[in-house]
Design a binder for this molecule. Structure first.
Ligand code: UDB
Ligand code: ZN
Length: 197
């Protein structure tokens, strides 16, 4: 019998075929907390998720396996009902962010909001979706790391957008749920909101 630990451990990697696409009910599921410290299986899956993001941003590997360059990946996007996600990107100051977070929770956020002027995309969405996705400009996250240590992390700008996009996945929310239905470029009223760039 195959399990996901076998499926994603060392001898094989996550490819686009492993990524669940919109329409699959797991993307509309409020995922379940994992045990802390994370179980060996959760750690192995997290390692595979982070490796996917790194592979997807490596030109040669991405071409070989036809990977879309990903900055974040949530466990339910590979079919796992677990509250954990991986992130790998450069923040607005050019500092590398590499995180595997377990049971993350947004504990505070700014009033001010931001959005990507070119809309968001998603590794689970194979079509272009137009419109603005309002996000908090700054957030504070509580989460646990792979050693079971509690973390409190602050994010702003692009990093805050990525974290909110992944937090949404863990709660069954897709980025386009936030786009105004009448006018996709309409921004929320009575809120300070500006384009990320
Ligand atoms: C992404 N990548 O990984 F601004 F160097 C997107 C995809 C869907 C287009 C692959 C992305 O935004 N890359 C990017 C953006 C930059 C600069 C740069 C690379 N995701 C992750 C995802 O679907 N996770 O569930 C979508 C992003 C949209 C906003 C945040 C996450
Ligand atoms: Zn996504």
């Amino acid at each position: 019998m195959t399990n996901l630990l076998m499926k994603f451990s060392s001898d094989s990697i996550i490819t686009m075929d492993d990524i669940v696409r919109e329409g699959d009910p797991i993307l509309r599921t409020v995922t379940k907390p994992v045990s802390i410290p994370p179980a060996p299986e959760d750690l192995a899956e997290m390692d595979a998720m982070l490796l996917f993001l790194k592979n997807s941003q490596d030109e040669e590997t991405a071409r070989k396996y036809k990977l879309r360059a990903g900055v974040g990946l949530s466990a339910n996007q590979i079919g796992l009902d677990k509250r954990m996600f991986a992130a790998y990107f450069l923040d607005d100051s050019g500092n590398p962010v590499e995180l595997g977070l377990f049971n993350p929770k947004i504990i505070s956020h700014s009033e001010s909001m931001t959005y990507l002027p070119e809309s968001e995309g998603c590794l689970s969405v194979d079509r272009a979706v137009q419109g603005f996705v309002p996000r908090y400009e700054k957030i504070q996250l509580k989460a646990w790391d792979r050693e079971g240590k509690e973390l409190k992390l602050r994010f702003r700008g692009f990093a805050a957008i990525v974290m909110q996009h992944e937090m949404d996945h863990l709660n069954g929310i897709m980025f386009y749920d936030h786009i105004n239905k009448e006018n996709p470029y309409k921004l929320p009223a009575n809120v300070r909101i500006s384009s990320l760039y």
